[in-house]
Design a protein around this ligand. Structure first.
Ligand code: FAD
Length: 391
């Protein structure tokens, strides 16, 4: 039976980043995934994601963003491929918008200027927009279009070249006190430690995770813009518009000539991890069409392409309360498993930083991720001591 120090199950952005970090340190690690880059399944699929430096979700993410940026730049250098296209991000909402406030706070707490803009100032700077004059807005630099598929290909390339990815699904994990047997349909491997990074399929190999996660169906559209010149990169930012807390739409400039990619960020209906169809409907994309027509008429138009993706969302925590949607990066108690659930619709940008943290969890017995990423935030798990400040 083949032995390895670390098995990384799942080679989406998180698992691929972890495997790359391990191999860079000459660890005997093997990845498993039946899918390759370019597949239409998996939460990492598709051409692009938003990279933000200042995150309205949690001001403590700025350090993670900065680590990730260094990782993406290194990956671009090592692979010779473009991974990030710098592009400002516009965040806007009705007067007093909590999202705009939180985003500005994250920047200001790091000593960056993040002036509050009015809707009319945004409209003057970006002609595709028609925000109400009294809306609040902020335009953050340090953001970028993350070329997700290129990034995934580049992250996986060294492992693929070295024959370190088994292109098969893991069908069973057999846990023993000092090792884990990892079984695919035709092969078995003995691993000292297992990193589980299977995205929406997390509960298939670890059913006890089910109370902490909810998978939701998320629809995406590419809109043929009414005024193409106004939505090109340079003239048009990445955008996140919060018409209300439950009605958030985000999108990209037309950097691929496919139209303006835009989607709702709110959680869609609960879905099974294998439910990648049917195609996104006009009804599901209705709020996006409406938001574009009302707020970004230069980008509004017929839907040219559609996609479906899945978010894996974490439930709100109770011991150290949060609003949910934080990641889980932690050792599973009483086992040799490390859980990597980093989605909730905002994980992609952090992949290299998360990969490094997963590698540390596998290699350094005393290492713990930041408190808001640990299982101990839920009272169903052992407390691991007093709340510690962010690393
Ligand atoms: C529509 C949408 C938009 C998003 N937008 C953004 C954004 O703008 N910015 C941002 O930062 N983040 C965004 N995200 C979130 C981001 O894409 C996810 O955080 C990230 O892709 C999660 O990666 P992952 O590796 O955890 O999961 P996945 O990419 O789902 O990878 C899991 C992998 O595990 C494999 N697998 C499953 N079961 C097994 C098994 N038994 N054996 C072996 N392999 C297995 C699968 O084949 C798959 O390849 C978005 C997500 C979606 C769905």
């Amino acid at each position: 039976m083949r032995h390895c120090d670390v098995a990384v199950i799942g080679q989406g952005l998180m698992g691929a980043a972890a495997l790359r970090a391990l191999l860079r340190q000459n660890v005997d690690a093997i990845g498993f995934d039946p899918l390759g880059p370019g597949a239409a399944l998996g939460s990492s699929h598709g051409s692009c994601r938003v990279f933000r430096r200042f995150n309205f979700e949690n001001p403590n993410y700025t350090g993670l963003s900065d680590d990730a940026l260094a990782g993406w730049e290194r990956l671009a250098c090592e692979s010779g491929r473009e991974i990030l296209i710098p592009c400002p991000v516009l965040e806007a909402g009705p007067k007093g918008s909590a999202m705009v406030l939180a985003s500005r706070r994250a920047a200001v707490s790091r000593g960056f200027d993040a002036p509050l803009l009015s809707g009319s100032e945004v409209n003057a700077r970006f002609p595709a927009f028609r925000l109400p004059d009294d809306w609040d807005a902020v335009v953050q630099d340090g953001a970028a279009i993350l070329l997700a598929q290129v990034a995934l290909e580049a992250l996986r390339a060294p492992a693929e070249t070295a024959g370190r990815i088994v292109p098969e699904a893991v069908v069973a994990l057999e846990q023993h006190p000092d090792h884990v047997i990892v079984r695919t349909a035709g092969q078995s491997f003995r691993a000292d430690t297992v990193i589980l990074a299977t995205g929406p399929w997390m509960t298939r190999l670890l059913p006890d995770l089910a109370p902490l996660l909810e998978v939701t169906r998320q629809t995406v559209g590419w809109f043929r813009p009414a005024r193409p010149a106004t939505v090109r990169p340079g003239a048009f930012p990445l955008f996140i518009l919060a018409r209300s807390e439950d009605d958030i739409v985000y999108g990209f400039p037309d950097f691929e000539g496919r139209g303006v990619k835009a989607a709702p960020h709110n959680h869609g209906p609960a879905a099974d991890a294998d439910a990648w169809g049917p195609e996104a409907t006009d009804v599901e994309l209705g709020p996006v069409s409406e938001a574009l027509a009302e707020l970004i008429p230069g980008a509004a138009g017929p839907i040219a392409e559609r996609d479906v993706c899945l978010y894996t969302n974490t439930r709100p925590a109770d011991r150290r309360p949060d609003a949910g949607d934080e990641f889980i990066l932690d050792r599973w108690p009483g086992s040799r498993l490390i859980v990597a659930s980093a989605c909730s619709g905002h994980g992609a940008k952090f992949a290299p930083a998360i990969g490094d943290r997963l590698a540390r969890l596998a290699l350094e017995p005393d290492y713990l991720a930041q408190p808001f990423f640990r299982l101990s935030r839920y009272s169903a798990f052992p407390d691991d001591g007093p709340f510690q400040p962010a690393e």
